[in-house]
Design a protein around this ligand. Structure first.
Ligand SMILES: Cc1cc2nc3c(=O)[nH]c(=O)nc-3n(C[C@H](O)[C@H](O)[C@H](O)COP(=O)(O)OP(=O)(O)OC[C@H]3O[C@@H](n4cnc5c(N)ncnc54)[C@H](O)[C@@H]3O)c2cc1C
Length: 399
């Protein structure tokens, strides 16, 4: 059995950031990075945006090149899946029979796309969009496909729909919510974005749930519980993800909506840390425990987990942000941006640019969404951190 001071399971953003965190404090310790995918860690956001619209090339998405891992003395095992972790023995086993002993272990396993549990939901060719292979397949299919069904009205669905439309593919979107992106956007903004989608020719089937998918000949046909039939050459589903908790045996690890970690990102098993999309962590500024699926969070948590594995003992007190681009709507958001909260929009340019505040019952700013307003994340973070009560009128021009 090979021994490593640090074993990192998962070669995504949190994984590579974990390497950087370790190396900030420990230049000597041996590091193994194991990833199920055949690629070195890459950024996922461009898969549904820049790569699809030709603003980035494949080689631009990798976080670091091969030399980085060599220079940092990291052993990488790609195309290898860790199937078991035994925290009592401090060992991890892979699907190809290797076993590793670790000093510290980082679970940076991200998550798996949710799948449609309807007749035909497992038809070959339906893309449950998550990784670089999915992007490559979509790219290839876009060459001949003229129409697409996009299932899901969240960010990934909306971004892919926009990118396909820009590639002159006829898009139909099917989702159960009343409006596009309504879990995050207040209704006024959801409607504005949805109107823009319709004006650009995207067919919207909102408040409709897929019931059955068939592919009688070359084309897919999706029927909804509400009785609509939608057809397309491609089907892409972006219906959320499940956190990668598979390695966490019940009774050993605490798991709730993700792998539970403390403020140092350590799991309930000593010397095992978790970071990124899989981690359910105490979010200091919100005084709540959450799991978030944000690029920035994966980077910052991975880095901090790495530092802590190397002895830093620093708390995670950062407020991560996420971003998206939907045609001309570009935004950044941080904190708790749940549209169920009371919201207030301070428009800078009606319907186009503005700041959305998400308020608690007492008027504390829980989250901020900056729509077309750039360079203001610092101010937004401060408002969330202040935990002060505001009247809505006091928030006009607060950012
Ligand atoms: C298409 C797409 C677009 C996105 N766009 C945005 C955006 O615009 N803005 C934003 O903030 N966020 C965006 N995100 C979310 C962001 O990319 C994620 O939050 C981030 O990638 C999470 O990083 P991670 O390292 O935690 O997990 P992942 O990136 O999922 O990496 C986990 C890795 O671990 C591997 N793995 C899992 N289990 C094992 C195992 N047992 N053994 C070995 N390897 C394993 C997986 O194969 C994977 O390679 C997007 C995500 C997707 C899919």
């Amino acid at each position: 059995m090979e021994y490593f001071d640090y074993v990192i399971v998962g070669g995504g953003l949190a994984g590579v950031s974990g390497v950087k965190g370790v190396r900030d404090r420990d230049s000597e310790g041996s590091i193994l990075l194991v990833s199920e995918e055949n690629y070195l860690p890459y950024n996922r956001p461009p898969l549904s945006k820049e790569l699809l619209i030709g603003r980035k090339e494949l080689e631009d998405v990798f976080v670091e090149d091969e030399d980085f891992y060599e220079d940092q003395g990291v052993e990488t095992k790609l195309g290898s899946k860790i199937t078991e972790v035994h925290p009592d023995e401090k060992t991890a086993l892979s699907d190809s029979g290797e076993s590793y002993e670790y000093g510290k272990l980082l679970l940076a396993t991200g998550g798996h796309p949710r799948r449609l549990e309807v007749a035909g939901g497992d038809l070959e060719g339906i893309l449950y969009y998550r990784n670089l292979e999915d992007y490559k397949r979509l790219r290839a299919e876009m060459e001949s496909g003229e129409s697409a069904i996009v299932i899901g009205g969240g960010f990934i669905g909306s971004e892919i729909a926009a990118a396909l439309n820009l590639n002159h593919i006829d898009v139909s979107m099917v989702f159960p919510d009343k409006h596009l992106l309504e879990k995050v956007f207040p209704e006024e903004l959801s409607r504005a974005v949805e109107d823009d989608y319709r004006e650009r020719g995207i067919e919207i089937y909102s408040e409709e749930l897929p019931e059955k998918i068939t592919k009688p000949e070359d084309e897919y046909s999706l029927t909804t519980e509400e009785g609509s039939t939608v057809t397309g050459d491609l089907v892409i589903a972006g219906i959320g993800m499940k956190p990668g908790v598979d390695l966490c045996e019940e009774g050993e690890f605490d798991v709730f909506e993700g792998i539970e970690v403390d403020e140092h990102l350590e799991t309930s098993c000593p010397d095992v840390y978790a970071a990124g999309d899989n981690a359910y962590f105490p979010y200091a500024a919100l005084e709540d425990c959450v799991r978030v699926e944000h690029w920035d969070n994966a980077i910052k948590q991975g880095k901090l987990a790495g530092e802590n594995m190397a002895g830093a003992e620093k708390p995670y007190d950062y407020i991560p942000y996420f971003y998206s681009d939907l045609f001309d709507f570009g935004f950044e958001a941080l904190g708790d941006v749940d549209s169920h909260l009371d919201t207030f929009i301070d428009w800078k340019e009606e319907g186009k640019k503005g700041v959305v505040y998400y308020l608690s019952e007492e008027g504390k700013v829980r989250g901020v969404l900056l729509l077309g307003v750039w360079g203001k994340k610092k101010q937004a973070r401060k408002l969330v951190e202040r935990k002060e009560c505001f009247r809505k009128e006091d928030l006009v021009n607060a950012i």
